[in-house]
Design a protein around this ligand. Sequence first.
Ligand code: GDP
Ligand code: MG
Length: 348
Amino acid sequence: MNTTLTLNSLGWRTHFQVQLDPDQLSTPARVMNVHRGRVDVASEKGIASVEMSGQNAIVGLAVGDWVLLDESGSKVLVRLDPFGIFQRRAAGTSGEIQTIAANVDTLFVVTSANRDFNVARLERYLAIAHDAGAFPVIVITKADLADSPEDFVSDAAKLSPGLLVELLDARDAEQVAVLGDWCGQGQTVALLGSSGVGKSTVINTLAGIDQHTSAAREDDQRGRHTTTSRSMHRLPNGGWLIDTPGMRELQLVDVGDALDDVFSDIAALTGACRFADCGHATEPGCAVQAAIEHDELDPDRLRRYQKLQAEDRRNTESLAERRSRDKQFGKMIKSVLTEKKSRKGGPG
Ligand SMILES: Nc1nc2c(ncn2[C@@H]2O[C@H](COP(=O)(O)OP(=O)(O)O)[C@@H](O)[C@H]2O)c(=O)[nH]1
Ligand SMILES: [Mg+2]
């Protein structure tokens, strides 16, 4: 593998190129790792660790983001608008939405040819992939352990026309090599799937090496050593694998339109319902119920769609509510402060 870092090998796209200001001298760099108070970035000048605190901080930077560095390479000037992001709701009470990865080209949706396989879960992952602008590839592992593994493939393929499904033994390098097509020069991939389905096994087989020994160590401009091993891994074919703990805890957050992409069969039918706000239950002239009656649509699929819609609505509404509460809290603080000020400023 050629280890020289070029814009192309880092995944540069027209999407980012058009955001450059021709009058500004700056270096595009890709975020490899996000730490408290600093980020590791890779550019044509090499790998560097850049401070991210106080005035230098740029909020919401995630692994995979593109940024512009100043001439010295020691300051991030701006975050370039990503073509897609993966988000999750933070654990705990704050419930804030965090970006956990950006600019992922391909998402390997991993399940196994056993009880983990679940179409509702796959549909959920597909919605997340669509929302993040990532191309989904369903990867079904443990083919070697199943009696008729092909059944899983046909069930998965039914979920969406043209959906790509790969069936393999994740420990077998020859079989995993089919995934290499998505891991070429400058391509960014990530994996999503429940615990135990074989994500680490796929990654290790793809990488063909032990991850602890593969940590790329390069000098940055100031001669310090940083490592890119933690979150963004260089794959043998020249691609990049984003592997962060956060990717494993993804939920549906504000993916409304992406759900319609995943359930495009149902979304297309709804246009033919008599009522624009048809709930597809007992309304007259419902095209969705008609399709179910004619055996053209699985009623379970409608149920799963509506369940995900409700879940997305719940997450999104509570976000809106939270925002409005924050806003009101902000106003209150402001009015208290103004009051204080005017009292101080006033006579006595
Ligand atoms: N037989 C077989 N075992 C597998 C396969 N993929 C994963 N495993 C095993 O399943 C277990 C969990 O795999 P792991 O990669 O840790 O799953 P993760 O939690 O998704 O990262 C390990 O013992 C793997 O060796 C496969 O395709 N075939
Ligand atoms: Mg694992």
